[in-house]
Write a protein that binds this ligand. Structure first.
Ligand code: PMP
Length: 374
């Protein structure tokens, strides 16, 4: 009676901290440092209040059509969610039987594991993907062994930033019996993507999912979408809340989507800053996994612990993300902000290093002063 047993033992997903103060350098939740398209302001200021009196379009018809046009497909192959998180949650209910499991790369977006637990099915991590076909076959073997019916392939992956070649994902999907959702939350920052797999007429099991939260700078709006075979899209419609995307969100997302020039400019700026930041960290001895995303997953030089640097930065109002655990605990995930924000971070790291040098030198002097051991 009361709370279901599997929910009682659930830990719950812990999202990155959203500090109240605006006076912080916030590089912990992969938000875009630049504002959304200025055209969104016009929509918000001229929004007719009478449109809020009524329920929104339950089928987000105009937005779905615009998304379809942009991706070279038809609106009946598009589904829109209250953030892509909602689509993930729906997918766990729609594409998984009680005795099946959900798979993903590992490490990956930690929400997947929580969603599986909420759905009361097993989550199976299959390790990292290198992008080559051999690794994809190994993942496939694991899927068969673990009875995985829904595979969430984050590309580029989070928190690593690694990119897998679309052809490796395609090879995997062809042989995989269940549904593959390619979570492309960060694909706009990478060199390629899997959208053509989702829109292909013969596609039977690939859904490509995108969000307005990252490259469109609209994390607060809560809009994500996916494209896939019509029968799978129809199934998502059946399970959704009647009015899952509110009227304001539909209107604002539509203009943001159409402002291609602004979107391209913002994405290009983030990529440029990422490249400079990666170089700056490498110069300081950090290990940087090649990222095709708007964040980097980095390991401090030997002798320094990621966890300590996380706390050190937080004390200075610089927020980055630390994921404890054997696969991730030696690194920090740092979102790419503006050039200025990255400089502030680098300055703080340099200060810390200088501080440590000083302590080391002082303690050396002290050691020398100690009487020799007998
Ligand atoms: N997928 C991945 C890999 C993410 O990192 C995120 C954001 N944390 C999401 C999906 C969800 O994004 P949203 O719900 O804001 O669309």
């Amino acid at each position: 009676m009361g709370i279901a047993r599997h929910i009682r033992k659930l830990e719950g997903y812990v999202p990155g901290e959203q500090p109240k103060s605006k006076n912080v350098v916030k590089l912990n939740t992969n938000e875009n440092p630049y504002p959304p398209s200025p055209k969104c302001t016009a929509v918000l200021t001229s929004f007719d209040l009478d449109d809020l009196r009524r329920y929104p379009d339950p089928n987000f018809t105009t937005l779905a059509k615009a998304i379809a046009d942009k991706n070279g497909t038809t609106a009946d192959r598009v589904f829109v969610g209250n953030g892509s998180d909602e689509i993930l949650s729906l997918a766990t209910r729609v594409f998984v039987e009680n005795d099946e499991s959900i798979g993903s790369l590992d490490p990956s977006y930690t929400l997947y594991k929580t969603l599986a637990a909420i759905r009361d099915v097993k989550w199976v991590g299959v390790g990292r993907a290198t992008g080559d076909a051999r690794r994809a076959s190994a993942i496939l073997a694991e899927c068969r062994k673990s009875n995985i019916s829904l595979f969430l392939w984050t590309n580029p992956n989070a928190p690593t930033g690694e990119f897998a070649e679309p052809k490796a994902i395609a090879a995997f999907a062809r042989k995989f019996k269940g549904v593959v959702i390619v979570d492309e939350a960060y694909a706009d920052f990478s060199r390629d993507n899997c959208m053509s797999l989702a829109t292909a007429p013969r596609n039977r099991n690939v859904i490509v999912m995108r969000t307005f939260s990252k490259s469109y700078s609209l994390a607060g709006l809560r809009v994500g979408y996916c494209v896939g075979p019509k029968d799978l899209i129809d199934a998502l419609y059946k399970a959704k809340a009647s009015y899952n995307v509110d009227a304001v969100a539909q209107a604002v997302a539509l203009v943001a989507l159409k402002d291609d020039a602004y979107h391209k400019k913002t994405v290009a700026k983030v990529i440029k800053t990422r490249k400079a930041f990666v170089k700056a960290l490498a110069k300081r001895g950090w290990d940087v996994i090649r990222s095709e995303s708007n964040f980097v997953f980095v390991k401090p030089p030997a002798g320094d612990a990621a966890k300590d640097i996380f706390s050190y930065l937080k004390d200075r109002n610089i927020f980055v993300r630390y994921f404890p655990g054997p696969l991730t605990g030696d690194r920090l995930r740092i979102t790419i902000g503006t050039d200025g924000q990255m400089e502030t971070l680098l300055d703080a790291l340099d200060d810390r290093f200088r501080g440590e040098e000083k302590t080391r030198k002082t303690s050396k002097t002290k050691t020398r002063k100690l009487p020799p051991r007998k």
